[in-house]
Design a protein around this ligand. Sequence first.
Ligand code: 9Z3
Length: 333
Amino acid sequence: MYTTNAINPEKAIDRSVADQPPAEEDLYFEQNPAPEYLPEFERKLSEFLTNNGTRKVAVVTSGGTTVPLENNTVRFIDNFSAGTRGATSAEYFLENGYAVVFLHRQFSLLPYSRHYTHSTNCFLDYMVESETEPGSVKVDEKYQVQMLDVLRKYKQAQKDNTLLLLPFTTVTQYLFSLRCIALTMSKLHVDTRCVFYLAAAVSDFFMPTSRLPQHKIQSSGGELVVNLDPVPKFLKRLVEAWAPRVMIVSFKLETDESILESKAKTALERYNHQLVIGNLLQTRKKEVIFVTLEETEKYSLTDEEEKEGKEIEEIIVPEVIKRHDVWQEKVCN
Ligand code: 9Z3
């Protein structure tokens, strides 16, 4: 029998070897304050995961992160995203039997309510005063069928407790939240059943807390020069350390079609995750590419489908689920 704790005093600790400096992703969490609500966030998440038993889980991130320029924030830099991709995809994951953790920019589109908020219609336009019951309000006849369908799905998700809404605003809140979700998944052994679907538009640059002015920047100072640091590449950490058994799908947004596929491939090679979904700002609601190291596949809506109101997420999500099933088989065996 051998022992694994025999100590050779000569070799126990080699003091001549310098400590590894912490990775810049880890430094970020030391140098920027965690959101105060993080313990509550983790408690809600753990409770949700426990209640959902053996159900598969999709963590859908959605909306843009902000970068505050002042501690008492009046000005901030924002990232483009209404939250349509995330909110719509969340509905299709729920329809396919997943529980959904919806990490979203506060006040961006939400699953189900998205059909009636942020649209050119005011929500009051969906209502009329009842003719049969004067003094009461009802849904306009022309919206009844669609609204009943949405309402039933929404109520079902509430009844089954399969949708957890977790908001963020700043990029720092987003990153602390994402790390917390990944670590909690691993801790509760939900990771192999889980897919991360990273549709949020995450800031590439930020103002470190150490340089953040406490109060509103005064215009009397004249020209404003803003010096931002790059946000460390968290996807690498997510894949390698926080959630190595979770299937990770990231989105790549470009405006120049000629570089979309190569940028998506570069991300895959750099971060070593499972799938990049590439989209162009101009055509994102109609067309996407699925990029893996082996192949690139295009998925799109026909003009006819688009006219009928079909959504591209209705194609994207089942395709992701198919790949998640294959991934699960692989990591569990
Ligand atoms: C996306 O590409 C999303 O599909 C959109 C969705 C933001 C275009 P909407 O919410 O828009 O429907 O209005 N998200 C990822 C954007 C992003 O920040 N990707 C990073 C990058 O491109 C990698 S994680 O470098």
